[in-house]
Write a protein that binds this ligand. Structure first.
Ligand code: CA
Length: 162
């Protein structure tokens, strides 16, 4: 199989939607990570540094809004929110909290894929002016939150990175 285009973390408590997203995204060469709960999603985001997060606003443990604010404390990872049609206010609040875009449930996969492409592309533009720091054998990418010593990548948790 060819290399994935990007790594996407899906935070969604409904198993059928997670499955649908995984199958659709993998068919388009994305690597997919899944979390059923907000807390797990935040931890997975810290551990795995996905390129994009797809976040359901209605989660059983903490609400999506809180997930967005907590992620925005330390990461600019693009967030595409899944929201319920009727909930205009929640959608606006999600954008205000730092979500990059939203898709309304029930959504078509081609719309979601288009939005994913757009936020990844915008992020690519931002990344160019970033955030590589080099000193001696040490190289740190602040944008990607990755670090290398003598060309070997060092795996860091969020706390270690900070
Ligand atoms: Ca839900």
């Amino acid at each position: 199989m060819s290399d994935p285009i990007a790594k996407i973390l899906v935070i969604e408590d409904e198993a059928p939607i997670r499955k649908f997203l995984r199958i659709s995204l993998e068919a388009h060469r994305y690597k997919v990570l899944e979390a059923r709960l907000g807390e797990v999603g935040i931890a997975t985001c810290a551990d795995e540094s996905p390129d994009l997060v797809i976040l359901d606003l209605g989660l059983p443990d903490i609400d999506g809004q809180t997930v967005i604010s907590r992620l925005r404390d330390w990461t600019d990872v693009p967030i595409v929110v899944l929201s319920v049609r009727s909930d205009e206010r929640q959608k606006v609040a999600a954008l205000d909290a730092g979500a990059n875009d939203y898709v309304t449930k029930p959504f078509g996969i081609s719309e979601l894929l288009a939005r994913v492409r757009v936020v990844l592309r915008d992020r690519g533009k931002g990344a160019k002016e970033s955030a590589l720091f080099e000193h001696g054998g040490l190289r740190i990418d602040l944008h990607e939150r990755r670090a290398w010593v003598d060309e070997r990548e060092v795996r860091l948790t969020r706390k270690e990175f900070e």
